[in-house]
Design a protein around this ligand. Structure first.
Ligand code: NAP
Length: 291
């Protein structure tokens, strides 16, 4: 009898996780299937409870449930609890534990793909959902000097800024954090002296209502900055196309997706993830090539 791991989210049509996770499971010749468990909001509790059934080993959690799953779990590890978002559920002794591997995946891709050192830099984060929370805490831990959070719903950006400020006040970390309304994205001033912009919204995602959209216009994107779009499908996203035209350096979400997925694989399997195979599988399905 095969065992199962699932991806919980809604909708899931854009997701490529099942392809590269299955490639990793097949590499070890495991009789385990990684499936997309598309789950409407009303079904979330039921889908999470189903992980307790013996054939299921765990799950990834994606948009829009990374925050909503926390109360449905038996425990949440310290880092995921601090971030307030879970993207991986592992079953241990019949107990469901939540982890966050997005922060790790984000930083790993930043270092490996761009050799970008956040320490002492200034960044603008678009979004304040689960992914933005992971990215912001990761950058604060890496001693970024300033973070500006811009979100459509300003209260959510304020709440994230408050969490980050209370975290830094309990530690020796000194990041300056502020929140701005969405309209500030149309002003150059928002990006003055910053070296990194990270899109943590769904804008630009293939098959979504925001397909073909960019959160920024070309006029406000500074030259020689790094624009990192967490959206990985399509490649390149509308934002990255504009950023490239503006003379910026660009990074898409694919490498982060694979690194966070590799960390999830290790939590479920207790084995080293075959990262190269996962990267190759993800690039093949998304870009159609071997690169
Ligand atoms: P989430 O918790 O649902 O948050 C969604 C964010 O997008 C919120 O900030 C939301 O703003 C914003 N948003 C949605 N529609 C918008 C619109 N029409 N205009 C402006 N802002 C809008 O989702 P998430 O888990 O943080 O994921 C966010 C994105 O990151 C997704 O595209 C996801 O695929 C991507 N991601 C990629 C990776 C990777 O490994 N590459 C990992 C994690 C996430 P409001 O607060 O105003 O609703």
């Amino acid at each position: 009898m095969p065992k199962f791991i699932g991806l919980i989210g809604y909708p899931l049509k854009h997701s490529i996780s099942p392809y590269f996770q299955q490639a990793a499971l097949d590499y070890y010749q495991l009789d385990i299937r990684y499936d997309a468990w598309e789950t409407s909001p009303e079904e979330l509790e039921f889908t999470v409870a189903k992980i307790r059934e013996p054939q299921n080993l765990g799950a990834n959690v994606t948009v829009p449930y990374k925050e909503a799953v926390l109360p449905l779990l038996d425990e949440v590890d310290d880092w995921a609890n601090l971030i307030g978002a879970v993207n991986t559920i592992a079953k241990r002794d019949d107990r469901l534990t939540g982890f966050n591997t997005d922060a790790y995946g984000f930083i790993e891709a930043l270092y490996k793909e761009k050799h970008f050192e956040p320490k002492g830099k200034r960044a603008v984060i678009l979004g304040a959902g689960g992914a933005a929370r992971a990215v912001s805490f990761a950058l604060v831990q890496k001693k970024i000097s300033s973070l500006t959070i811009v979100n459509r719903t300003l209260e959510r950006a304020n709440a994230l800024a408050d969490s980050l400020n209370s975290y830094t006040s309990d530690t020796s970390l000194k990041t300056k954090v502020n929140a701005l309304p969405w309209q500030s994205l149309s002003s150059h001033k928002t990006f003055n002296h910053c070296q990194l912009i990270v899109n943590c919204t769904i804008i630009g995602t293939k098959y979504s209502s925001q397909e073909g959209q960019s959160p920024l216009s070309i006029e406000v994107i500074p030259r020689d900055i790094l624009v990192y779009d967490l959206v990985y499908n399509p490649w390149p996203t509308p934002l990255l196309q504009l950023a490239q035209k503006a003379g910026a350096n660009i990074l898409g979400g694919l490498a982060m997706l694979v690194y966070q997925g590799a960390a999830s694989f290790e939590l479920w399997m207790g084995k080293e993830a075959p990262v190269d195979i996962m990267l190759k599988g993800a690039r093949k399905i998304l870009i159609g090539g071997e690169e």
